[in-house]
Design a protein around this ligand. Structure first.
Ligand code: GTP
Ligand code: MG
Length: 195
């Protein structure tokens, strides 16, 4: 897909702030610093629309990015960042649970995992949470540029097994650095963002 127009509509923390209009939404999910914001930028060829950082905990709100006036990417704060207080973690949990369990416009989630390492306990929990609520999941194993080509498939298989993924669910290799996997990910997203 060629995204020619992309704009941040709102950074929301409460449902009343979510955008109106009923357009389909695809939400990112994944550990803090795994590359959710970088994923959005690479998919639409924009360097810095979604703010990224080498330090975890950059994204703090639900950021609704409108693409081609037709669908949203929803960037979310990551999980598994140790240096946050219990209170902040609870706030995060509530905000995420409300969005993922109640939002009618949510069509699918892109769950980002780090191809270099097996998925963490938190990744497994997130995958199971999304499945439990019947949200279609596309697992994207990112930072593929950090894994030699010859080893990528093996890492992908380990990720698939560790998450105990359903046979029909896609796991796609991706790199926000090189753009590897971009077309495959768009192909997987297309059914969810078109109407
Ligand atoms: P939070 O907002 O904290 O949840 O993090 P995030 O998941 O949005 O991560 P972000 O996109 O900010 O990226 C974190 C760091 O990983 C940045 O330094 C990125 O440049 C780097 N990064 C993201 N994707 C890739 C990738 O595919 N390859 C490489 N080599 N680095 C990446
Ligand atoms: Mg982010």
């Amino acid at each position: 897909m060629n995204v020619t127009k992309a704009e941040l509509i709102i950074s929301a923390v409460r449902p009343e702030q979510y955008p109106d209009g009923g357009r389909p939404e695809v939400a990112l999910a994944g550990r803090s610093n795994v590359g959710k914001s970088s994923f959005i930028n690479k998919m639409i060829n924009r360097k810095n629309l979604a703010r990224t950082s080498s330090k975890p905990g950059k994204t703090q709100t639900l950021n609704f990015y409108l693409m081609n006036d037709s669908f949203y990417f929803v960037d979310v704060p990551g999980y598994g960042f140790a240096r946050v207080s219990k209170q902040e973690r609870q706030k995060w949990g509530k905000m995420m649970e409300t969005y993922f369990t109640k939002r009618k416009e949510l069509r699918a989630a892109v769950l980002l995992v780090d191809l270099r390492h097996p998925p963490t306990k938190d990744d497994i929990m997130m995958y199971e949470f999304l499945k439990h609520y019947g949200i279609p999941v596309i697992v994207v194993a990112t930072k593929a540029d950090k894994v030699p080509r010859g080893k990528q498939q093996k890492h992908a298989n380990i990720a698939r097994e560790t998450l105990r993924m359903a046979d029909g669910d896609p796991l796609l290799l991706f790199s926000a650095e090189t753009g590897q996997g971009k077309e495959e990910v768009w192909a997987a997203l297309l059914p969810f963002v078109s109407g």
